[in-house]
Design a protein around this ligand. Structure first.
Ligand code: COA
Length: 160
């Protein structure tokens, strides 16, 4: 998926891949402390090799993840979004999204969320959960929008 942010930035959204480990670690290094804290709910100066494997070697069935990269610098990850299916409730998944500070509030989180919702519906997910700080208004608003998207894509399941 290609998109044009309102500030002119051209972006491509694609599934994450195993070869993204260094790019992902780089992206984390560029994030502000505030954004890292909001995403991981803790300070996360760097990811361990094990964490990098978990975050990039996804099966696209129970764990689906996409990255947003700059169209002219495809080695620059500027956003990541994922969901992980709940082991006990297989129609639920926990979602997490993080967008680079320079491109927050430009619709990129919404675009990643839309991709995640489409993939979720196709894989039997009916509900998203997320762990967010109570004061994180952008995250709460984004989860609302993505949940509405999920409902709209699966009207039969909602009515049932
Ligand atoms: C939360 C986050 C993913 C949102 O992504 P984004 O690309 O900035 O969001 P979007 O531009 O798509 O906007 C999504 C909604 O949030 C609102 N929003 C965005 N930034 C906001 C802010 N700083 N304060 C209040 N609302 C905000 C937008 O207005 C939009 O709602 P609308 O469509 O009703 O106007 C991003 O800000 C981020 O990465 N934050 C740090 C990590 C984090 O908090 N992750 C979520 C927890 S897992």
């Amino acid at each position: 998926v290609r998109l044009h942010l309102p500030n002119g930035t051209q972006v491509r959204i694609r599934p994450i891949r195993s070869a993204d480990k260094l790019l992902l670690a780089d992206g984390l290094r560029r994030l502000s402390r505030e954004s890292v804290h909001r995403r991981f709910l803790s300070a996360k100066p760097r990811l361990t090799a094990r964490e990098l494997r978990y975050l990039t070697e996804v099966d696209m069935v129970d764990h689906v993840a996409y990255v947003a990269v700059l169209e002219h610098r495809p080695d620059m990850i500027i956003g990541v979004g994922r969901w992980v299916r709940d082991a006990e409730r297989p129609d639920e998944a926990e979602i997490a999204i993080v967008i680079g500070d320079a491109v927050q509030n430009l619709g990129l989180g919404t675009a990643l969320g839309r991709q995640l919702a489409q993939a979720a519906v196709a894989r039997g997910i009916r509900r998203f959960t997320a762990t967010m700080l109570p004061e994180n208004r952008a995250a709460h608003r984004l989860l609302e929008k993505i949940s509405a998207e999920l409902d709209a894509l699966a009207p039969a399941a909602v009515a049932a």
